[in-house]
Structures are given as C-alpha cells and as structure tokens.
Design a protein around this ligand. Structure first.
Ligand SMILES: O=C[C@H](O)[C@H](O)COP(=O)(O)O
Ligand SMILES: C=C(OP(=O)(O)O)C(=O)O
Ligand SMILES: [Mn+2]
Length: 404
C-alpha cells in the first residue's frame, strides 16, 4: 500500500465529510451522476442497526478484550446478491451460530457470534484489471460495484448497485433477526468498510447521544489495503461509535500499528478496536510478538483476532485460489503461542466459510481442490470451519488452564 502521511498536526476536526480531502484507496470509477442519485436515495433510507445494539456489541467485545469471551466472526469472502434468499441466509446464519456454540462447548468460554453478512458486497483487489482472453477487463469488485461475469458491460461500476446492496442487507438482516434475535444467541453483522460514498450515506447521528454511527452494519472493519493512517477509510471510521476492526498484514510496523490504535482508539476503550491479524503461517511467529508488545505498551486494550485465511492464500497454476487447512491451523497455533508468551488474551477467530458443499479449501493436498464457486476467496466448508473453531477452542482451553 502507498501511504499518504498526512501529518497529525495538520488534521482538522472530524466531520461526516472530512474524509473527502484524503486519499481513498480501492474506489471504483463511478459515473458521477449515477453515484449522486444513489447516495441521495441512501441518505433518506432507514438505519439498519441501532445505537443500542452497537453499545451492546461494544460491551461484548470488551469482554473479549479482557479474555472473558471470544469472537467467532465468519461468513463469505464476498456475499452474492443472488444468495440473498431465505434458504441461503438461513443456512449461513445457522452455520455461524453452530460454530459459535461449538466453540463454547469445547472452550467453556462464551462466544460472540459475528457474521460477515448483510452487506459484505464490496471487495478490495490486488490489481484494478485482469486479463480475460488477452483483453484487460476491470476486475470484479463485489456485487455492490459490478457483475462477476467476464464481460466489459458486467464489469462497469454501476452505482445503482449500492442501493440494491442496501436493500439486500436490510432483508438479510431482517431474516437473521427473526432467526437469532434472542439475547443469549444474538448474531451480529459485519462487513468491510470499503465504498466510502455508501458508508458516508449510511452515517446517522444518534439524537440521544449526539454521536455519529455507521447505521449499515454493527461492526465495520478496514481492510489491509485501505488502512492507510492518512487515508479516507481511517478518517471516516475514526468518527463513528461502532466497534471497529482493522486487518493487519505482515508488512505493518509496530510504530504504524500503534499510530493506528491512537487514531481509532484514542480513549483506550475496551471493545472499541479489534486487530484482525492475517500474517500467514510462516510469518506469524516472527511478526506478531513485537506488535503485541508495542500495542500493550501503548495501553490499547484491543481484541486480538486471528484471521488465518488471508495470509495463506495459494494461487494454483490454473489461476484458482485455494488454502490449506494445515496452514491455517499452523497460523492459529503460532498466534496462540505468541499471545500466551506476551501475556495477551486471544480474543477471536475470523473465518471465510460457507454451509454450501464446496471444496475450495483443501486439507493439505492442493490437487484435491474443486471448482471455485466463491465470488472471490476460497472458503472453508462447514467441517473445515469446525476444525478451525475446535483448534481455537482448544487454544483457549490451553491458555485458561496452564500446564502445572
Ligand atoms: O478477500 C479478498 C481478497 O483477498 C482480495 O480481494 C484480494 O484478492 P485478489 O488478490 O484476487 O485481488
Ligand atoms: C479482503 C479481505 O481481507 P484483507 O483486507 O485482510 O486482505 C477479506 O477479509 O476478505
Ligand atoms: Mn477474502
């Protein structure tokens, strides 16, 4: 990532639009008139989540920061508009709830269940274009931006998709609330904060507290490619009261991470900030110790969450992406060991998974990979996801009951 280093000293006060003067990474080339129409409509539409829910989630995440609970955050890499159906939403909600319950049964620690769902429709990409039959096409950026079909017309950024995505998020969340609303098993929703005009148009001011909140998800996170401290994503989310996640890859320096914590968690409030680390099995033991030491020394009570998916992606010669469960478990093991060594609490696990019958990730042997049905990254199937959750639950138990 290219970092624009806006000097802290030059920072003007936060407003819902203060991000506009800053560099915005990973934004599609919208048609300005179409975008204006979409955001005008979105700004008049109801909030999907309410401030009281956001406070409750912050409390649950504070428990995770203190080692009294553990987050199980899971779902598709990219949700599909076509999958916003009763059947698909129900099976996804059930899988996440089942993973959380399975974690609790093995670990004895309460789980905070968060879906990558009800709005996970936008993707950051490694390159803006891809070659299809020798022709460069804009890359697929998620259904809130364009279509996945490899044609120029499908790949055009279409701002009316922002509104379609809002409505699909609303119906998805509505069904999830019906299925998982009881207080003990509440399912929270999360997504990457990526498309800034959408996020801006779903900011709302809570009249009771006069605080701003992002009303289109409970738990937004900033991706590895957009966590520029001087960039627009960090600026926009710094001013909302939602709990925030930040993805952190192996190139981050301790100084950079502490600066991000200072921007996003200036009050050092447990539950405010979750650091979702995604280093890869080979890097986690080398990179994580210094980061945990620096963040702890700076006094930020973050939730440390392990995303074993995004640092372990393998691109096969066929072009298909896959991941080996063995690598994911190795990263998870290293992550637990480092946190235990640093005296920090393991706070959560972040997975890309699906209840559908797929073979996008393999146990060990990459020749076993099947057709990639995912719109973006390879997902675990339900059994593979359970294996990871079991690994996390066992890691928590090991930490909770030290060997004499
Ligand atoms: O989760 C998403 C992917 O890791 C991200 O979109 C990058 O994918 P790409 O390298 O295929 O662009
Ligand atoms: C894009 C993603 O992750 P990262 O930002 O960590 O690469 C993702 O979670 O799908
Ligand atoms: Mn992904």
């Amino acid at each position: 990532m290219i970092h624009s280093r806006t000097a802290e000293a030059r920072r003007t006060p936060w407003t819902p639009d203060s991000w506009r003067s800053l560099v915005a990474h990973q934004q599609p080339a919208w048609d300005p008139a179409e975008l204006e129409r979409a955001v005008a409509e979105l700004r008049s539409l109801p909030a999907l989540v309410q401030p009281g829910e956001i406070s409750n989630l912050r409390r649950a995440l504070a428990d995770a920061a203190h080692g009294r609970a553990f987050v199980v955050q899971a779902g598709d890499c990219a949700e599909s508009f076509e999958d916003a159906t009763t059947e698909h939403i129900t099976s996804r909600g059930r899988l996440i709830a089942r993973l959380a319950r399975g974690f609790e049964q093995i670990s004895g620690r309460p789980a905070v269940a968060i879906g990558r769902i009800a709005g996970q429709y936008a993707k950051p990409r490694s390159a803006p274009t891809e070659l299809v039959d020798g022709r460069a096409l804009p890359v697929f950026r998620g259904h809130m931006v364009n279509g996945a079909a490899p044609t120029a017309s499908a790949r055009r950024a279409d701002a009316s998709r922002l509104v379609q995505g809002y409505y699909r998020s609303a119906t998805t969340l509505n069904l999830l609330r019906t299925l998982h609303a009881h207080p003990a098993g509440q399912l929270w929703v999360s997504r990457e904060c990526l498309l800034l005009p959408y996020d801006r148009s779903t900011l709302r001011n809570d009249p009771a507290s006069e605080q701003w909140f992002l009303s289109s998800t409970h738990f937004p996170w900033i991706g590895e490619r957009t966590r520029d401290i001087g960039g627009a994503h960090v600026e926009l989310l710094s001013g909302v009261v939602n709990p925030l996640g930040v993805k952190v890859g192996p190139a981050v320096t301790p100084e950079e991470l502490v600066a991000l914590c200072a921007r996003l968690d200036p009050e050092r409030a447990p539950g405010r900030l979750t650091l979702i680390t995604r280093f890869g099995a080979n890097a986690v033991r080398r990179v994580l110790p210094e980061l945990v030491a620096a963040v702890s020394a700076a006094g930020h009570p973050v939730v440390w969450m392990c995303d074993p998916m995004h640092g372990n992606t393998i691109r096969l010669p066929s072009g298909i992406k896959t991941r080996r469960v063995a690598d994911l478990l190795a990263e998870l093991d290293g992550w637990f060991d480092v946190l235990a060594g640093a005296g920090a609490h393991p706070g959560g696990l972040h997975l890309e998974c699906t209840p559908d019958d797929v073979r996008e990730c393999v146990d060990e042997d990459t020749s076993e990979v099947g057709e990639q049905q995912s719109l973006c990254d390879p997902r675990l199937d339900a059994d593979q996801a359970s294996t990871l959750v079991r690994g996390a639950a066992q890691g928590v138990r090991r930490g909770a009951r030290p060997v004499p």
